[in-house]
Write a protein of this length. Structure first.
Length: 246
C-alpha cells in the first residue's frame, strides 16, 4: 500500500512534549517532513535530534502561539524550507481548573489566549498558503472536556467547545478546498496536569491519569489515520478516550 504520509510537510504546535511529541515522532517515521513549534527550545532541539538520528526530516523554531507573528514565522519556515504546507496541526493547549466563582481571571485569559486565539492564529497563518496551493488540511486537537460538562472545567471546556464550533464551521466553509479534522482526547499520559496551579487538583488529576491514561501514541495514530485518507475523504471528528473514562 502506498504511504500517503511520506513527503507531506506537516506543522505541529505544542510539539515539545506529550501528544505533540508523539505526533511528530510518528509522522517523521512515516516519512513526513515535520516542522515543529513550541516554547521550550531545549526540548525542541532534543526532539529534532531524535528524529534526525532516525533519518527523519525536521525543522523547528521557538513558537509561542499567543503571538501571531510566531505562527506566521512557523508557517514561513515550512514554506521556505519545503515549498509547501500540507497539514497544520493545532496541538498547543493549556488548562487551569477552578470554580468560576473563584475568579481565576488570569487563568481564564491564559486559556483563551492559547486554546482559542492560538488556534485562530495558526489557522490565519496557514490559510493564505492553503488558498494559494488549492489544498491543505487543518487538524485541531480539542478535548473530551466540553463533550461532558463537569464542575471546575467551565472555562477550559468553554475554550475547547469554541474550537469544536470553529472546526466544524471551517469544515463546512471549505467547500472541499481543504480538509478539517477535530480530534478530542480524553485522559492521556502527558505533562498536561502538571501545569495546574491548584495542588490538590494537580495531585488528583495526576492520580487519575496514572490509573487510566492512554499513551500519546493513541492520538498520534488518529492523526495519521486522518492525514492518510484520500484527498476526497474528510475525517471530521474523532473522540479518543480510555475505555473506563466516564
Amino acid at each position: 500500500m502506498e504511504n500517503s504520509i511520506k513527503d507531506k510537510v506537516i506543522i505541529i504546535t505544542g510539539a515539545s512534549s506529550g501528544i505533540g511529541e508523539a505526533i511528530a515522532l510518528a509522522l517523521a517515521k512515516e516519512g513526513a517532513k515535520v516542522v515543529l513549534g513550541a516554547r521550550r527550545e531545549t526540548r525542541l532541539e532534543s526532539l529534532a535530534e531524535r528524529i534526525r538520528e532516525s533519518n527523519g526530516v525536521v525543522e523547528y523554531i521557538v513558537t509561542d502561539v499567543r503571538k501571531r507573528d510566531d505562527l506566521v514565522n512557523l508557517a514561513g519556515l515550512a514554506l521556505t524550507k519545503f515549498g509547501k504546507i500540507d497539514v497544520l496541526i493545532n496541538n498547543a493547549g493549556i488548562s487551569q481548573l477552578s470554580r468560576i466563582d473563584e475568579l481565576d481571571v488570569e487563568g481564564w485569559e491564559d486559556m483563551i489566549d492559547v486554546n482559542i486565539k492560538g488556534v485562530l492564529y495558526g489557522i490565519a497563518s496557514a490559510m493564505p498558503i492553503f488558498k494559494k496551493q488549492g489544498y491543505g488540511h487543518f487538524i485541531n486537537i480539542i478535548s473530551t472536556s466540553g463533550i461532558k460538562i463537569v464542575p471546575l472545567q467551565g472555562i477550559y471546556a468553554g475554550t475547547k467547545n469554541a474550537i469544536r464550533t470553529i472546526t466544524e464551521v471551517l469544515r463546512q466553509e471549505s467547500n472541499g478546498k481543504y480538509r478539517v479534522t477535530g480530534i478530542s482526547p480524553g485522559f492521556v499520559q502527558t505533562e498536561f496536569i502538571s501545569n495546574l496551579k491548584n495542588q490538590a487538583m494537580r495531585q488528583a488529576g495526576q492520580q487519575r491519569m496514572d490509573e487510566i491514561g492512554i499513551p500519546p501514541k493513541a492520538i498520534a495514530d488518529a492523526v495519521m489515520y486522518a492525514i492518510s485518507q484520500p484527498d476526497n475523504v474528510d475525517v471530521g471528528d474523532i473522540v479518543i478516550r480510555p475505555t473506563v473514562q466516564d
